[in-house]
Design a protein around this ligand. Sequence first.
Ligand SMILES: [Zn+2]
Length: 456
Amino acid sequence: VSERSACLARWRSPAARRALASLAVAALSLSSGCRPEAERPVRLVLITLDTLRLDGFDGERAAMPATAAWAERGLVFDNAYAATTTTQPTHASLLTGQHPWRHGVPRNGAVLAESWETLPEQLQAAGFSTAAVVASFPLQQAFGFGQGFDVYDDAFAVSTGARNWEGQTVPGQAFYSLSEDVLARALARLDGLSGERQFLWVHFYDPHEPYGDAGDDVLTLSALQRACISGGIDPDVTLKRARSLYDADLAVLDRDLGRLLSRLEADGEEYDTHVVLTSDHGESFGEGGSLGHGKRLSVEQLRVPLAIVSPRVTPGRRQDPAGSVDVAATLLSLAGLEAGEGEGRDLTLAPRGGRPPSVFGMRRTFAEPYSDIRTDGSRVTVTGPRFYAVIEGTLYTGTGDDVLVEDLPGRVPGPDVVDPLLALFGTFASELSGADLTEVTDPDTQRALEQLGYAR
Ligand SMILES: [Zn+2]
């Protein structure tokens, strides 16, 4: 009885009644009680919060209480890692389910090839009405991120003037949007979605520098870097101020994102609503001498929030490592579709086998060697890609030539770990540099990859 009344309550709102009336199957559905799960209107939502480090969202420091409380109603992943520490490559992984050495966007400024069958394209082919609202220049349609979207809203509200971006001069124009504007556009695009299958992607940019730009006290990353060069900065004053302005931006984001989440919840009477929320990378505030993101593979930059709120998942916390590449397969599963060609796994299912899954990713590439400025004013030249692997809870980074335990400096891993990792990172490097090298034919290498949990 209680199940039936809950079911009927879900259909009691005027909007729900209108939706029902428009359905040819309405009479049949009502006569048989609840509509079968597969026949209810479905709404899939992907929310990406640019530059949100894990402790901004979760833990003692967290500055987003409303969003964190919302996430607790679903499945929260405590060990989620971004595919890269840079906006475009990670978003390309989120939308294709492919690792960054495969999808062809290893750095900002690259274009996602039309040949990829992206998540929104797969949804569109399955009859979904699709819309996206993005909040910053790197995700504008010209970079290939609009594939599969009926509507791609990349109109930005905040002008920054001409700037150098990835070696190109971007003319004075709107470069990004803050949450109030993104929220208004997201609600409008939500209203514009039609039909029984809907997909919305909303990207918020607020945590990204300039820090504090939702208020009057604004601090840019370049101002921080200039302070570093001219004699170092006082971490107790300057870095604390940067972090507190970042947290202030998170509080504003929390308010506006909360309004979007409330709207989705209210519409939940009408739609089965599945929301996946994550970030494209974190941010450094002086840890290991680093500022910002994109130049290193540190835990502060790699670990991100990841939550699924859906009637299909049992609320709780999961400890198994997850990655950006898993998001597309998970959304397809929530939509009731096949996982497709992606390399990720369906996170609605517990991992199979006795060992925790491994997670892989890389540092972005650079068109020219890049001079990274550290908090003591020193410069470190960053050139080629660097890869990472999270295996049994340990973060390793390296190239085809060296391996480090990133989060435990000084610890030297044994050859049982180093040898397969060198093979693995060498394979990633080969895939990155040669489009033809997509198959591993050497059985020893294949075995080494499988030992590490990287099976294809
Ligand atoms: Zn980003």
